[in-house]
Design a protein around this ligand. Structure first.
Ligand SMILES: Cc1cc2nc3c(=O)[nH]c(=O)nc-3n(C[C@H](O)[C@H](O)[C@H](O)COP(=O)(O)OP(=O)(O)OC[C@H]3O[C@@H](n4cnc5c(N)ncnc54)[C@H](O)[C@@H]3O)c2cc1C
Length: 242
């Protein structure tokens, strides 16, 4: 295992140093990472990192060594990026973010994926839980000005949800119990009739919500597949996801 980890660290992953750690709420932390390559990165809004948070911990299996975290903000001039990590899971990612300290190093790899900012629509609906909030903030900052934007961001406690990097609160926050399919579809039905022009929905976080809402948009609202962007971040029956 050590040989594989050393190979990962030296060939596949980059090293970043934690230069800031802030408790955003009772259930989320912000982590700032710096390294010399961040200023040269060809960053696409909606990209994420595979972070080797379990590397060096011999007690963990290989699949528990890596967790994915979305880039919440990037400052290429100063060579840093921020991620926001939720702690509800109580898994290794959650433990890592509680324990890590400024000055620690962490290895990571960039991933672009397909859950990226698309500025081609006129009206947007963004839906997600605490784990998806930072990703949806990044999408929101990169869909262009003058768009019609509605949002449903939820958590069990409203005070667990946090403001965007510039201190603004552009989203509507809701206090909802886990897997709130009915509450979400009811709200979607209230929101979408007022949408004009080309519409896009972003749905992220709990995989059950991604599946149920994708079906709801397609079957009940007759939206086309390309208008519905979903990204499961976690699944109640699995550890990690990507
Ligand atoms: C592309 C991508 C981007 C992601 N970006 C972020 C991000 O920016 N911030 C972030 O916090 N997470 C993000 N995630 C999720 C993250 O990668 C981890 O899955 C999450 O942090 C849980 O990891 P863990 O090791 O703490 O728990 P695990 O060991 O993976 O899971 C332990 C248990 O907790 C459950 N669980 C996991 N997450 C939650 C949750 N949020 N609420 C309730 N139960 C949960 C699991 O289903 C499992 O039963 C992202 C995932 C993907 C695929």
């Amino acid at each position: 295992m050590r040989i594989i980890e050393n190979l990962l660290k030296s060939v596949v992953l980059e090293e970043g140093i934690i230069t800031e750690k802030i408790k955003l709420s009772e259930a989320a932390f912000k982590i700032r990472l710096e390294n010399k390559n961040i200023s040269k990165t060809n960053f696409v809004p909606g990209s994420f990192l595979r972070m080797g948070i379990g590397i060096g911990n011999d007690e963990l299996s290989m699949k528990d060594k890596i967790r994915s975290y979305s880039v919440w903000d990037i400052n290429k001039d100063e060579g840093y990026l921020d991620v926001a990590i939720a702690t509800h899971s109580n898994g290794i990612g959650s433990q890592w973010v509680k324990d890590c300290q400024v000055g620690d190093s962490v290895h990571f790899k960039w991933k672009k994926g397909k859950f990226l900012a698309d500025d081609s629509a006129d009206s947007y609906l963004l839906i997600g839980d605490l784990s998806a909030l930072s990703h949806l903030y990044m999408i929101h900052r990169n869909i262009g000005y003058g768009k019609q934007v509605e949002s449903i961001l939820y958590s069990q406690g409203k005070n667990e949800l946090f403001a965007d990097v510039d201190g603004t609160l552009p989203f509507n926050f809701y206090e909802l119990s886990p897997n709130p399919v009915k509450a979400l579809t009811d709200k979607v039905k209230e929101i979408v009739p007022a949408f004009k022009g080309k519409k896009i929905a972003y749905i992220a976080g709990d995989s059950r919500i991604c599946v149920a809402l994708n079906q709801f948009f397609r079957k009940e609202l007759q939206w086309e597949t390309r208008q519905i962007k979903t990204k499961p971040f976690w699944n109640p029956e699995k550890k990690g996801l990507e």
